[in-house]
Design a protein around this ligand. Sequence first.
Ligand code: MLT
Length: 310
Amino acid sequence: MPKVLISDKMDPKAAAIFRERGVEVDEKPGLTKEELIAIIGDYDGLAIRSATKVTKEVLAAATNLKVVGRAGIGVDNIDIPAASAKGVVVMNTPFGNSITTAEHAIALIFALARQLPEADASTQAGKWEKNRFMGVEVTNKVLGLIGAGNIGSIVADRALGLKMKVVAYDPFLSAERAVELGIEKVTLDELLARADFITLHTPLTDQTRNILSAENIARTKPGVRIVNCARGGLIDEAALKAALDSGHVAGAALDVFVEEPAKASPLFGTANFISTPHLGASTDEAQVNVAIQVAEQISDYLLSGGITNA
Ligand code: MLT
């Protein structure tokens, strides 16, 4: 019987599926790196979220490991070249948390438009500062999507429902797909010049790192509001702080940071800056979806060699 380790906190449905399918499963969230290295040799499969780091050292100790499944989208906590060199298949679950992440982006757009966190803090402090919190409508505003894949396309759908105009920069977006989505495919320069709100929905790669660099932030429309629920590193955080301080950027909301957990950041305390602790995928529904999907995919691979989302 193949044996799987679930090494991060995961919805119990994952373990239930493994057992139903005849896969032995241990749930041990919160292991230290040393503890993981000490036991990983016993397992054929590893199911993780984002806390477990599947490093070269972990993989070197994983003498029986055949598959790592990430219950989520990003696989940046897995050393993919080292896994491939060992013949370990790496899978993710790209669809299970897309809606949830898109909804978080929309929530942050509204939070910026109406300064909700600041207004809440002020009201609960007994200030009743009605004149301080003048907002903007999102209706008829241009939303610039950097990335129009699984998540970006759902954000587009919701934004169109809010009567925003949606433009997208995405080298992988075909003209036909843009028409199907009801959005306009543009160059990055055009997006920067036109967008009232910018939201990022792209993985962090050599091509996308610092896509909102100091230079590109300077090209944005004055008064732009920026949301990032994708990956830290897509925005130059120092340049963003400078642009918030100067007022060129009217607001920014980050769910993701270059360093996570982000327990300190020069951005903290900046006016018109909102942050959440990488909550993009944190809903009951998304966590059930990704747990079910990762358990099904890992079981399929271990029991019959079926590969999905690798
Ligand atoms: C993902 O990659 O699935 C999301 O960023 C959520 C997460 O890492 O928890």
